[in-house]
Ligand binder design. Structure first.
Ligand code: FE
Length: 244
């Protein structure tokens, strides 16, 4: 079985949020999709170890915000790679409360759905949670973010708890076995010089490109980055970067 085939499945990227007893929780998901139209129902696949999963099951509600293509990477970093036990992900985030009681994130979003949980399926590592859409709204006509765009732009992998996670070593092995068949692996950035990978989230710092999102001009060597430089995706400090 060639696992890279799974990278040919297309997805969007969404922010799923819920609230129970005054505690908000949220995470970034690529597996949010409409499953029926009458009634309108969405499904999400949530890792059992994900804090938001528990909050959704307890509250019986969740919201899905459709992220835009120019998404603020701090949102991806905080909601995609940090735990609610370590930081308040919702600090400074513009939200409204939905009919079901779920918080709806408006920042970097083009549309949202407010869902009441109607069933869940135990898939082993994950729950597939089905929600009936009680309300929905379009925020802007900006282009939604696709998972492909995210992967191409940021050279990122799915986090370990994602339903679409694949071990990097397996992808590397598949690539090695297929050299000659393909031009370039989509999961690996090729540079002439050195690059630095964030060991937390997989973001690659390429000195030739710099990091425009953090105001770092092209051509800045890693050693010359300011001491307080942080990974634009997960906020990890320089000490978490490894030379490759
Ligand atoms: Fe990172």
């Amino acid at each position: 079985m060639k696992l890279k085939a799974f990278h040919k499945l297309s997805y969007g990227l969404y922010l799923v949020a819920s609230e129970y007893q005054g505690k908000k929780s949220g995470y970034i998901a690529n597996t949010a999709f409409q499953v029926t139209s009458d009634p309108e129902q969405l499904a999400i696949s949530c890792h059992k170890m994900n804090k938001t999963t528990q909050v959704i099951l307890e509250s019986g509600n969740f919201s899905v915000s459709v992220l835009n293509k120019e998404v603020n990477m701090k949102i991806i970093g905080d909601f995609g790679f940090m735990s609610s036990t370590d930081i308040d992900k919702f600090n400074g985030i513009n939200t409204i409360t939905s009919k079901t009681g779920a918080p709806i994130v408006l920042d970097s979003s083009v549309a949202w759905f407010d869902c009441k949980v109607v069933s869940s399926v135990d898939l082993g590592s994950h729950y597939l949670i089905i929600g009936e859409v009680l309300d929905a709204e379009v925020i802007s006509d900006d282009e939604p973010l696709t998972y492909q765009h995210y992967r191409d732009k940021y050279k990122m992998y799915s986090p370990k708890n994602s339903p679409t996670f694949i071990e990097k070593s397996i992808l590397d092995a598949e690539f090695s076995a297929s050299v000659g068949e393909e031009k370039e692996p989509e999961h690996e950035h090729i540079f002439d010089g050195e690059s630095y990978v964030c060991v937390i989230c997989g973001f690659t710092y390429n000195p030739e490109e710099g990091d425009p999102s953090m105001g770092i001009p092209a051509g800045t060597p890693f050693e010359d980055l300011p001491d307080d430089y942080k990974c634009p995706i997960c906020n990890a400090g320089k000490e978490y970067f490894k030379k490759v």
